[in-house]
Each structure stands twice: as structure tokens, then as C-alpha cells.
Write a protein that binds this ligand. Sequence first.
Ligand SMILES: Cc1cc2nc3c(=O)[nH]c(=O)nc-3n(C[C@H](O)[C@H](O)[C@H](O)COP(=O)(O)OP(=O)(O)OC[C@H]3O[C@@H](n4cnc5c(N)ncnc54)[C@H](O)[C@@H]3O)c2cc1C
Length: 292
Amino acid sequence: MKPAPFQYVAARTIEQALQLKAEHGDEARFLAGGQSLVPTMNFRLTQPAMLIDINPLHELAGLGNGPAVRLRIGALTRYRSLERDPATARHLPLIAEALPLIAHPQIRNRGTIGGNLAHADPASEMPAIVLTLGGRLRARSAKGERWIDAADFFVGALTTALEPDEMLMEVELPKAPPRSGACFMEMSRRRGDFAIIGVACIVRLDEAGRCAEARIGLCNAGDGPVFAARASASLTGRTVGSVEIGEAAKLVQSDIDPGGSIHASKEFQRHIAGVLTTRALARANERARGAA
Ligand SMILES: Cc1cc2nc3c(=O)[nH]c(=O)nc-3n(C[C@H](O)[C@H](O)[C@H](O)COP(=O)(O)OP(=O)(O)OC[C@H]3O[C@@H](n4cnc5c(N)ncnc54)[C@H](O)[C@@H]3O)c2cc1C
């Protein structure tokens, strides 16, 4: 199908893009990689009156240092640039492991982290990872700017805390700390498909080799990305072995509420969440031991 008619504006400056969004609100959409927006327009699920193309705003792209041990990724940074940046593997191993599982290279050449996070598909890997890492996101409008914690940013399926006049500018994430290991695993029907379930795990050890902190997040396990708070907390202060991992996997299964689909029933998704949590936690723990 073809999209409904719309007005197209290639933004020359961030200020101009924000001014247009302030004037047109929900009637206008920012166009980033177009990999989610354009298909929904073609199906006429979305019919914006105006597209504000932010691709000319190169200052919105790139990976750089934030304050202390944090990194900032500009909203217009393409998945492919992140995949190719050695800093991703060094400091954001969870993202490095997930990137090759997101769609196909052609889509990763165009798709941006900001577009993906603003789209907030519950099956998407990045929202679950940003939530698991405890990241925060910078939103800006013509009136000013604010930081939003990931836990408050993802409000529900395809819904975020962004106001109609706000643009997502960047996401800030902590670098992987010493003595930590991370692992991302997912199951999908075919390579490049959205995940039936995806699990992100981080384990950080103390000097005695016990778990100082664990964080477990999931995609396609609820209305939005899910942080498995009880399962994560259950590992703190313990020496992580198969018993502790098995307990955490059971808590994950009861912490989630997957939607089910023609490809996988809720029960199957819950089962896979348990299996993948067991495997990903064991791998993250091994990696943390290696790093220690
Ligand atoms: C065949 C196929 C397979 C896919 N598989 C996966 C997958 O396995 N996992 C996955 O996570 N995704 C998958 N995707 C989606 C892909 O990741 C999209 O690229 C991504 O979700 C959107 O990023 P984008 O830059 O293309 O955003 P766009 O499509 O341009 O925009 C998406 C939405 O975000 C808004 N937006 C964009 N940038 C901003 C901003 N800076 N501030 C505020 N709002 C903004 C837009 O207005 C729009 O509403 C797939 C897509 C396709 C076509």
C-alpha cells in the first residue's frame, strides 16, 4: 500500500525541527531511519500530516563519553555504526551481543537507536537493554529539556513518556563495571525476526566472588520492556550457581506477562523465558568470573 498524503520537511536545525513539532504536535512525526514509521504509514496505521526528516541533523548521531563512567549515544546513531564502533564491545557488551540479532543488515544500516526507543515496541531488544542497564534518556522541546529514567520512559506498548512536542536527543548508559559479565539471548522463528522472548542479564561480583548486583530484563514479555526486579534481587549477596540461577529463572517466569501470538502461546513464551534466563545468567556469571 501507499501512505496517505503528507507534507515533508527536511530539518535544517534542531531548533527548526522542535519548532515544527511544537506547532503540529501529534500531527507531525520525526522521520529517522524510517524502518518502523514507513511500514506503518504504508499500512495506513499511521497517517501523519507532516514528516520532519531529522536525518540532516548530524549532530544527533554518535557515541561519546558522558559524565563519570557513562556513555552517551545520540538518537540518530544507526545500529550499524554502533556495531562497528569498538567502544560498543568494550563498554556496552550487552548491546554488542544484541545488535546482530536485530532485524537484518539493510535495516540496521538505516535504523537508529533513537527511532527504536521512541517507537517502543515491546518485542524490541533495545528498550529492554536500556531498562536493564538503568539508562536515562534526554528529551528536548522548544521550551526546554529534561532527563527521563528508562524505568519511567517506557509507558506501554508503542508508548513512551515523550510529550507530543518533544524529541529524543540521546540515551545515557553506564559502562560495564569491573568484575561484571553480561549476556543477551533471544529466541526467534527465523534470524532477523522479532524475538519470541529475549533476555538481558548482567552479573557484577564483589571481591569475594559473590553477586554484588544482578539485573535481568526481557523483551516481548509484557506491554513494554520488563525489568525482573524480584529475580534480580534474589541473587544479591549469594554465590551464583545452578541452584540460585534456577530460582531466579522461576521468579522471572512469574514476573512476566507475555501477550502470546499465533507464533507462540503465552505458556510457551513463559517456558522460553525460563530457559533463556537460565542460560544467559550462567553465561553472564561465567563472564563476570572471567573478568574478575
Ligand atoms: C523487516 C524488519 C524487521 C525488524 N526487526 C526488528 C527486530 O528484530 N528488533 C527490533 O528491535 N526492531 C526491528 N525492526 C524495527 C527497526 O528496529 C526500526 O528501525 C526501529 O524500530 C525504528 O528506528 P528508525 O530509526 O527506523 O525510526 P523511524 O521508523 O524513523 O521512527 C520510529 C518512530 O519513532 C519516532 N522517532 C524517530 N526518531 C525520534 C526522535 N529522535 N525523537 C522522537 N521520536 C522519534 C518516529 O516519529 C516514529 O514514530 C524491524 C524492522 C523491519 C522493517
